[in-house]
Write a protein that binds this ligand. Structure first.
Ligand code: AMP
Ligand code: TRP
Length: 344
């Protein structure tokens, strides 16, 4: 049976908590797209090794992220673990030879992370892995011939590079073999840190700069209560901090299907236009909506944790099934690039 659905692929690193930026920027789309497209979603543990990390913690973090993604609504048959499909690294090597050093040196993530790497490890260590990171990402995407990649705004440059690599490969082998993948954004592709709205919400910036999807209620309420609204600088229209709270409120209320929160947001928007919005009111509604959303995630996670073995078996099985697709691509790529294809 041929499958005419378009293919969607995305990945997330097992490096700590999954937060509302991940959710509203990308993972919410992963969940929504599942009913329409052929979807491949992965926990990218190979990518998580590119920065200094704790070898004792990686495997647990990978499973923890699997439970979290399933609790948020990703289906087990779409979900797999990158290192269980080693063909990604094989294709990465081949792509290394189709990608210029200059292109990789211009990646902003490489510049930022190599700076962080220097600051966090005493020995001033920058791995070749962090430099090569976007080539592995291109392999992740192209190996499934993905048409669309749901990610947050910060991944735009990496997607552009994936298209460059695909194009160079196609030109060199003289065949339109790889599909050029498109980036797919949500309505909220960039969620800001509530503690400092001049930065994006992110785990690497420190604890107060992200709100975990599995944080306890008291912590969520505290973080929203202390959210920075206006910095005192004169801004035209709405300040980024206030806009961010509206995004979190509306986004959560839509998922919860909570009309009273949506009505309250519409009313507060009018209040803001008239200059009479009380930030305490906006924060109270935003905290309620986020708590309602995340309570659903936590409940589902508790259920999953009842039988960890069953979850692990399911994900190993889906990884094995998905691996077959990747193996087929690598076979074709070897054929096209002049490498040997031998059955042992
Ligand atoms: P990471 O946590 O860096 O592995 O990111 C996983 C996904 O979440 C990627 O698609 C990112 O683009 C997205 N993402 C991370 N932080 C944010 C943010 N603050 N706003 C929107 N999307 C984000
Ligand atoms: N680089 C992505 C991030 O930091 C994670 C990632 C790895 C990814 N491989 C991917 C995203 C393939 C989309 C497609 O968020």
């Amino acid at each position: 049976m041929t499958d005419n659905r378009k293919t969607v692929l995305s990945g997330i690193q097992p490096t700590g908590h999954i937060h509302l930026g991940n959710y509203f920027g990308a993972v919410q789309n992963w969940v929504n797209l599942q009913d329409v497209y052929r979807c491949f979603y992965m926990v990218v543990d190979y990518h998580a090794m590119t920065m200094p990390y704790d070898v004792k913690k990686l495997r647990n973090s990978t499973w923890e992220l699997i439970y979290n993604l399933l609790a948020i609504g990703v289906k087990p048959e779409s979900l797999f673990i990158q290192s269980l499909v080693p063909e990604h690294t094989e294709l990465c090597w081949i792509f290394n030879c189709f990608c210029s050093h200059g292109n990789l040196s211009r990646m902003t993530q490489f510049k930022d992370k190599s700076q962080q790497s220097k600051e966090s490890s005493k020995e001033d260590f920058i791995s070749v892995g962090i430099f090569d990171y976007p080539v592995l990402q291109a392999a992740d995407i192209l190996i499934y011939k993905a048409d669309a990649v749901p990610v947050g705004k910060d991944q735009e440059q990496h997607l552009e590079l994936s298209r460059t690599i695909a194009q160079r490969f196609n030109n060199q082998v003289g065949k339109e073999y790889f599909v050029l993948p498109e980036t797919l954004f949500t309505e909220t592709p960039k969620i800001l840190s509530t503690a400092d709205p001049s930065k994006k919400m992110s785990k690497s910036a420190g604890e107060k700069h992200y709100i975990s999807c599995f944080a306890d209620e008291a912590r969520i309420r505290k973080q929203i209560k202390s959210a920075v609204t206006d910095t005192g600088e004169a801004t035209e229209g709405m300040s980024p901090g206030v806009e961010n709270l509206f995004m979190l409120l509306n986004g959560s209320a839509k998922v919860n299907g909570n009309q009273s929160h949506l009505d309250a947001a519409a009313k507060m928007l009018k209040d803001h236009e008239q200059g009479i919005l009380k930030y305490s009111e906006l924060k109270a509604h935003t905290a309620d909506a986020i708590v309602e959303l995340t309570n659903g995630f936590k409940k589902k996670k508790d259920e999953l944790l009842q039988d960890k073995r069953a979850v692990k078996d399911q994900i190993k099985a889906s990884s094995a099934a998905i691996r077959k697709v990747a193996q087929e691509t690598v076979k074709e790529v070897k054929e096209l690039t002049g490498l040997l294809n031998v059955k042992y």
